[in-house]
Design a protein around this ligand. Structure first.
Ligand SMILES: [Zn+2]
Length: 298
């Protein structure tokens, strides 16, 4: 009898489809007070980070200690904040910038149950291609009903270059760019804070509902395994290196002291967690996976 069952199981297995070559849909949801926050994967950027971090030797040492090669997949995470009244994207990923390894935002948005037309606002942390590249394809706005919020200095700095022209440009042409206030509330429950250094108008967003707070800090940091232990190490993409390092340490200190939830676009998906101080260094405490959509922090 056992042998017959085993044979039947083998026959079923033989008819089963081949193993999937891809991962499961890349979204992860949690509640934040009355809001819902969904991390959406746009993919990864494979980078030999020892060639772009300011201290290759220390970087290599930390990578080995963390069981990583010099080249690692830096996640590209996008975040959707659904306030119940508005659906707000924080950044848009890289679009077509990195070929097949990026541009998964729309598929993952659909998997999470949203249509691009439902996006009311896009908050850009800055205009680098891996954050604004997903705004448009072929000159067409992918989020036709969205207003784009961005620091005025970002637009002044980048908009004469071809890539931003092609992706942010269509929103400018349609009169859909809103400049951020110098600081303070951008949308109900969402405030902006300049964090210059990575780029001239680099911005962090603090989202708050019913006392629950989450900080979307953009490219304050890129490589968790190196820069948390050594916040002074900069990356080639930081336009003002000493300022970027100073702002990074300031935000690290604040986040560790306040215990605010952090969303970090290049940390391993979903890039949501807390910072812990560890001597003079910091540690990333990723949120615990939960199959239920719940609050991430007490
Ligand atoms: Zn980036």
């Amino acid at each position: 009898m056992k042998r017959i069952i085993a044979a039947a199981l083998l026959a079923v297995a033989a008819q089963a489809p081949l193993q999937a070559a891809e991962q499961a849909p890349g979204f992860y949801r949690a509640t934040l007070g009355d809001f819902k926050v969904t991390a959406l994967s746009d993919g990864v950027a494979q980078r030999d980070v020892t060639t772009i971090l300011s201290d290759a030797e220390t970087a290599r040492k930390e990578l080995r200690a963390n069981h990583l090669h010099d080249t690692l997949p830096l996640s590209i995470n996008v975040y959707l904040v659904d306030t119940g009244k508005q659906r707000v994207l924080v950044d848009t990923g890289a679009g077509e910038l990195f070929g097949a390894s990026s541009g998964h935002l729309l598929a993952n948005l659909a998997a999470a149950g949203y249509k691009p037309e439902q996006i009311d606002a896009v908050l850009l942390t800055h205009i680098h291609g891996d954050h604004s590249g997903g705004l448009s394809i072929g000159g067409k706005r992918l989020f036709p009903n969205a207003l784009v919020y961005v620091d005025r200095r970002e637009v002044a700095h980048w908009m004469n270059q071809p890539a931003p022209k092609a992706t942010v440009g269509p929103y400018a042409d349609a009169g859909r760019i809103n400049y951020l206030p110098e600081s303070g509330e951008v949308l109900p429950g969402i405030s902006a804070r300049p964090v210059p250094g990575h780029t001239p108008g680099h911005t962090a967003y603090l989202v708050e509902s019913k006392g629950h707070r989450m900080l979307f800090w953009g490219d304050t940091v890129h490589v968790a395994e190196v820069q948390l232990a050594h916040p002074a190490i900069t990356i080639a993409y930081d336009s003002e290196q000493p300022q970027a390092a100073a702002e990074r340490r300031k935000l690290f200190e604040e986040a560790a002291a306040s215990g605010v939830l952090v969303a970090s676009p290049h940390f391993s998906f979903p890039g949501m967690g807390h910072l812990r101080k560890d001597g003079d260094a910091f540690r990333w405490v990723p949120v615990a996976y939960n199959d239920q959509v719940t609050e991430l922090a007490p």
